[in-house]
Design a protein around this ligand. Structure first.
Ligand SMILES: NC(=O)C1=CN([C@@H]2O[C@H](COP(=O)(O)OP(=O)(O)OC[C@H]3O[C@@H](n4cnc5c(N)ncnc54)[C@H](O)[C@@H]3O)[C@@H](O)[C@H]2O)C=CC1
Ligand SMILES: O=C(O)[C@@H]1CCC=N1
Length: 263
């Protein structure tokens, strides 16, 4: 199976690195993007096949991944339309806010997968949502699904939930990094080096995430297990809440969703 990328920016690079780490051969990854100088070294390092145009990627790949910015996505789709094959080929779009109906309006009734990955696909720890224009058990869709399953967890969701998913999974790595950075800076405030404090904060978030996933317990119950009566944790937790921690997070997600709706 050949996977083609149209647009090789941050997201496509993260997917490609994840695929390569998972053993997907570079000779089966075709790429074309806006400026050769921006991705030539990356393509060479990852042993990818650089195609001379978006059209070439569209005609040769079995799974064509559209990974350009939302504002040019429909123009790019329109330019590759005549190169796309029939119903045996899949067009998978990771473009935020672009619906299956909008894609099919441009390229016709071909198999389309709407995908919302996040950058953690780069290390095989992605959280990706999928919605399909047809039956996910059919070959072209299965092929697309397999690509994202190789780089993390995959969840099939309704298209109406994409803005929410995009906020709490697509954008949220940035918010999780922000929390790690905040915890780390607090460590630095009390004398730890930034490097040590960041290592500590990242491992704590990593371990805590594993606890939520593996212990199959509500995070609120886990908070209670750490919070000894009259102890230090509950004092810190309540001070964070007084400063509006939960409200700040939810407001951040509200703004993320509002921005996608506005675009
Ligand atoms: N960065 C992220 O964490 C996520 C991004 N996305 C979506 O992925 C898409 C790409 O985002 P990023 O990679 O972050 O943006 P980016 O700006 O890093 O990459 C876009 C790439 O498209 C290329 N490009 C511009 N015009 C082109 C054309 N006519 N033909 C082919 N390539 C062209 C640019 O040179 C650039 O390399 C967006 O639609 C975004 O909504 C989705 C989930 C997460
Ligand atoms: O910031 C963005 O627009 C994209 C969508 C999800 C993550 N990054």
């Amino acid at each position: 199976m050949k996977v083609g990328f149209i647009g090789v920016g941050n997201m496509a690079k993260a997917i490609i690195v994840g695929l390569r780490k998972a053993g997907f051969k570079g000779e089966n990854i075709l790429v074309h993007s806006g400026h050769l100088a921006h991705y030539q070294a990356f393509a060479t390092e990852q042993q990818l096949v650089i195609e001379e145009s978006n059209e070439a990627v569209a005609s040769k790949a079995d799974v064509v991944i559209l990974a350009v910015k939302p504002d040019i996505a429909e123009k790019v789709l329109s330019s590759i339309k005549s190169e796309l094959r029939g119903t045996s080929q899949l067009l998978a779009s990771v473009v935020s806010g672009l619906s299956i109906a909008q894609i099919q309006h441009v390229i016709g009734q071909r198999p389309v997968l709407r995908v919302m990955p996040n950058v953690n696909v780069e290390i095989g720890e992605g959280m990706t949502a999928l919605a399909a224009s047809g039956d996910l058990q059919e070959t072209p869709y299965k092929d697309g699904q397999k690509v994202f399953e190789r780089v993390g967890k995959v969840m099939v969701i309704s298209e109406t939930d994409f803005p929410t998913f995009s906020a709490i999974a697509g954008s949220a790595p940035a918010y999780a990094y922000f929390f790690i950075d905040a915890l780390s800076r607090a460590g630095v405030k009390y004398g730890l080096t930034k490097e040590a404090a960041t290592d500590i904060a990242a491992q704590v978030v990593n371990g805590s995430a594993q606890m939520v996933l593996q212990a199959n317990e509500n995070p609120a119950a886990l908070i209670d297990k750490v919070s000894s009566p009259g102890g230090t944790t509950v004092a810190g937790f309540l001070a964070m809440e007084e400063a509006g921690f939960m409200t700040a997070v939810v407001k951040g997600i509200d703004a993320t969703i509002a921005k996608e709706r506005e675009d």
